[in-house]
Design a protein around this ligand. Structure first.
Ligand code: GLV
Ligand code: MN
Ligand code: MN
Length: 409
């Protein structure tokens, strides 16, 4: 039935990757020129699949296909932004696989009774700005207006970036949708881990998504001459920050089910012969249990207070983002689970340690996620990959979901 579909998915993934790829690595930050090009390409693909296309006030690209009787839409999609030096599949797979399904339905002359919307979210990774899930939170109505003042490394605010993107930031609240418009949200995503590959399964059903918090930590010491200030009299912000980073690792190692990552660090003034006076670093903390994450946070704050006292520096931690863990909806998971088994695949349920747009959409509608096996479990890396057979399996399961879906079950 879908013999060409897997190659079509990979072809669209490659077309999207070409927009932002250099030397085999891909970086597409939200609300940039490359993001605009990605939206334009996705818009063309959506139109050729028969959808009405628009960009909402937050820069999300949305296609809609009416059904024959039910105005409510099954929402499908994922994000079009990426991390730095990313692979091609994290995000785009969840946008292009549904488009390929709608192309197939059109070719087969099938009109679904309910509407389908496909969305390419503007920001899930939260790489450019301190906050994350900007597009999906705007849709759910949980994005506070003050977030628009957050700035990127070039001091450009989200509001200004939106304007340059062609949207009116004062209208951003209009991106919010109503729960009664939707039947649910299904996100297709690579697993980003090794479980499915280890069990030789192409797809899996997500049970829950781990909660996460992000912080910016500023360590202020005293800059000084590298040759004249004795070691014992220094207030070296970078050494203090290093101690904090090691303490974070130790605390996360000592607790069950929590992971902590410092992925960005900036040191000022940044000269080989100057003692560092100011260091900013990021912290990303996650756990499937919010209480364990809170515990880790408290222990990290206490350790940093102690380091600040000992090293005579000040340490200020700002929480820039927090999302509670969410459980996928049992009704929608039931329908997606049937689509998996009716397609001839074993039903393997597993939790997600990574964050996803579905987390934010849980405040708007019922959510479910389909995981797709990725080679070596590798993600957030240029080697991220899926096979054409697994792309095929993805379309097969999604087609089954769309054609068997019962809004009133
Ligand atoms: C997104 O990939 C995240 O989990 O941070
Ligand atoms: Mn990601
Ligand atoms: Mn993702």
């Amino acid at each position: 039935m879908t013999s060409q579909a897997g190659s079509k998915v990979l072809k669209y993934i490659e077309m999207l990757a070409q927009i932002s790829q250099e030397d085999g690595k891909l970086t597409r930050l939200s609300l940039t020129e490359q993001h605009k090009q990605a939206n334009a390409l996705v818009g063309i693909l959506m139109e050729s699949a028969g959808m009405q296309v628009r960009t909402d006030a937050m820069g999300n690209i949305i296609g809609r296909l009416e059904g024959s009787s039910d105005k409510r839409a099954l929402l499908l999609g994922s994000h079009l932004d990426s991390v730095r030096d990313a692979g091609k599949f994290d995000g785009p797979l969840g946008v292009v696989a549904p488009i390929v399904c709608l192309e197939l339905l059109a070719r087969q002359g099938i009109t679904l009774p309910y509407a389908v919307e496909i969305i390419g979210f503007c920001d899930e990774e939260g790489v450019r700005f301190p906050s994350t899930l900007l597009g999906s939170r705007a849709l759910a109505g949980t994005l506070k207006p003050e977030v628009l003042d957050e700035r990127d490394a070039d001091n450009i605010s989200i509001g200004k970036a939106l304007k340059a993107f062609g949207q009116d930031p004062s209208e951003f609240a209009s991106a919010q949708r109503k729960p009664e418009e939707f039947l649910g949200f299904v996100e297709v995503h690579i697993e980003q881990g090794p479980v499915l590959e280890g069990e030789n399964l192409p797809v899996g059903l997500v049970t829950a998504i781990a909660g996460a918090a992000r912080y910016t930590v500023s360590v202020t010491g005293m800059a000084g001459h590298a040759g004249t200030v004795p070691m014992g009299l220094r207030k070296d912000a970078l050494v203090a920050a290093s101690e904090c980073i090691v303490a974070i690792e130790q605390i996360c190692l000592s607790l069950p089910d929590v992971v902590g990552t410092v992925g960005m660090i900036q040191c000022q003034p940044g000269a080989g012969n100057v003692i560092p006076g100011l260091v900013d670093f990021s912290l990303d903390l996650r756990s499937s249990q919010d209480s364990v994450r809170d515990d880790a946070e408290q222990q990290i704050y206490a350790a940093m207070d102690e380091i600040a006292r000992k090293r005579l520096v000040t340490i200020d931690a700002q929480k820039t983002y927090q999302a509670a863990g969410v459980t996928c909806d049992s009704w929608l998971n039931g329908q997606l689970g049937h689509a998996i088994t009716n397609s001839g695949y074993q039903l393997r349920s597993l939790p997600s340690g990574a964050g996803h747009d579905a987390m934010a959409l849980a405040d708007l509608t019922r959510i479910a996620m389909l995981f797709v096996r990725c080679t070596g479990g590798i993600s957030h890396h240029p080697d991220e990959n899926i096979t054409v057979e697994d792309a095929e399996a993805t379309v097969q399961v999604l087609m089954r979901l769309l054609t068997d879906f019962n809004p009133d079950a």
